[in-house]
Design a protein around this ligand. Sequence first.
Ligand SMILES: Cc1cc2nc3c(=O)[nH]c(=O)nc-3n(C[C@H](O)[C@H](O)[C@H](O)COP(=O)(O)OP(=O)(O)OC[C@H]3O[C@@H](n4cnc5c(N)ncnc54)[C@H](O)[C@@H]3O)c2cc1C
Length: 558
Amino acid sequence: MIDQDVLVIGAGLAGMRAALAAAENGASVAVVTKVYPVRSHSNAAQGGINAALTDRGDKWEDHAYDTVKGSDYLGDQDAIEVMCREAGQEVITMEHMGTIFSRDDAGKLGVRAFGGQRQARTFFVADFTGQALLHVLHEQVLKHKVKVYEEWFVLSLLVEDGECCGAVVMDIRTGAIHVFRAKAVILASGGLGRVFEPSTNALICTGDGMAQAYRVGAPLMDMEMVQYHPTTLKSNGALMSEAARGEGAYLVNALGERFMKKYAPNMMELASRDVVSRSEQTEINEGRGINGCVLLDCRHLGEKKINERLLTIREVAKDFAGVDMVQEPVPIRPGMHYQMGGILTDVDGQTAVPGLYAAGETACVSVHGGNRLGANSLLDTLVFGRRSGVHASDRAKYTKHKNLTDASADNDRQHIRALLDRNGPGEMFGKVRLEMGQTMNQHLAVFRNQQGMETALAKVRELKQRYEKVIVHDKGKTFNTNLIFTLELGFMLDCAEAIVLGALERRESRGAHTRTDMPKRDDENWLKHILIAKTPEEPKVSYKPVVITQWKPQARTY
Ligand SMILES: Cc1cc2nc3c(=O)[nH]c(=O)nc-3n(C[C@H](O)[C@H](O)[C@H](O)COP(=O)(O)OP(=O)(O)OC[C@H]3O[C@@H](n4cnc5c(N)ncnc54)[C@H](O)[C@@H]3O)c2cc1C
């Protein structure tokens, strides 16, 4: 058994920020991560991180309003206020720790414009902001002697007397299964992008944390709110950062028109993501696309600026679309990018299960509501990662360890033994995973309707049954990735079901959830969160009011 005060699951930005805050607050901290820390998906974040700095003439209230409007009024305004008020200090702290942000001509921290915001307030490191931030936090965590268990896979959470008190974890290198005992557990295990196929997300974004929390009784909230990013490559779903449009790129249809002038005359290409993705999909559906895409035109930015600010995506477009954006427009289309929903938490990361915290993409605080603004997620990971770390380490000061033993892992050991003992000609995880991803991408994308969502639910339930018979052919203990991928698929199927159930429940269009059969937003009946909780029978649906502080819902135009 491995004991610590605070166990952090995940070594992306949320997990690292939480671990650092808890260690600074005097707790003994362990971080468990299924990949080497800087391979977490946070590393792939390109465009930047939002903050309203007063010395730029910006106000946190303006950032909060843009976020509320961006969320289509589904974000909880008390939580949004916390995030936006603390944003400036968080970015400055990261700068002081050593993040080398890009600067403007006067030598001050540079900002770029991002979607859905009336003012440029996105701080950035070229187009690899996530990598820069994550490396700095990794250094800090090492400096604070936090123990990091790299390539260890969390199988389940442990709950005793209604309180979360640890986790069961497999060392991927040896296959050995251990009990981690903790006075508080922080889930920072990232998003679920790969429940959809394709996705901009890394292959490891499989919603493990959401499913693990759900299985021990923490409800998931707003799971129907899945963000399709306006600019992804057709070939493999790779992201062309919003930074391109932030730097001034155009979106153009087959007729050469900047079509956004029809849909968002004021903000044009920099309207909120849901708005831009719907506009693109409408152009494509109405025959003004090119092979299922529209074009991202960066040519007028010039090679110098592209190399300075957008070098990574220039390379990605060359490698995966065979297009040099200096010479030619890049064909792009909306693609799955981000899960606004997740494990319901308060602003200190507390879930419905005492002792269990969640932060980052796995959590739903909720600051993104129906649509996340670009560059608000990195901010969310840092602010609420830190706050969870502080609160969890405070809890550890007055909490005793529960009476766990090595036998607490027996259920997981039996489950894995049964999985490995299963033989026969049955199918492998890959086919089920692909069918799930394609089903979700077909029926729960930019536009949805009742019939499509019902088809998806039936398919997901069929896949859940097939999953019970999936065969793991590799029976070994060392680096059994066949086993890991199979376990991940189990988590993904729970997430997929929650997404479809939430989407069927929400009988209106709001933010990323756009129903062609119910195209209007309906504040009277649906200005509320949808919660999905696990029960021994069917998952249970309930509601939670949206917290409104100072911004009453209005019609949303850009
Ligand atoms: C290509 C791309 C670009 C983006 N660009 C931006 C941007 O510019 N600005 C912005 O604000 N947002 C951006 N986002 C979104 C943002 O990067 C993510 O939402 C955010 O980084 C998530 O951070 P996280 O700490 O919650 O999770 P992650 O960084 O995904 O980390 C999850 C961690 O959990 C661990 N883990 C998961 N499951 C298990 C398990 N079972 N056992 C053990 N460990 C586990 C993983 O090993 C990993 O360490 C982008 C996203 C993508 C995909």
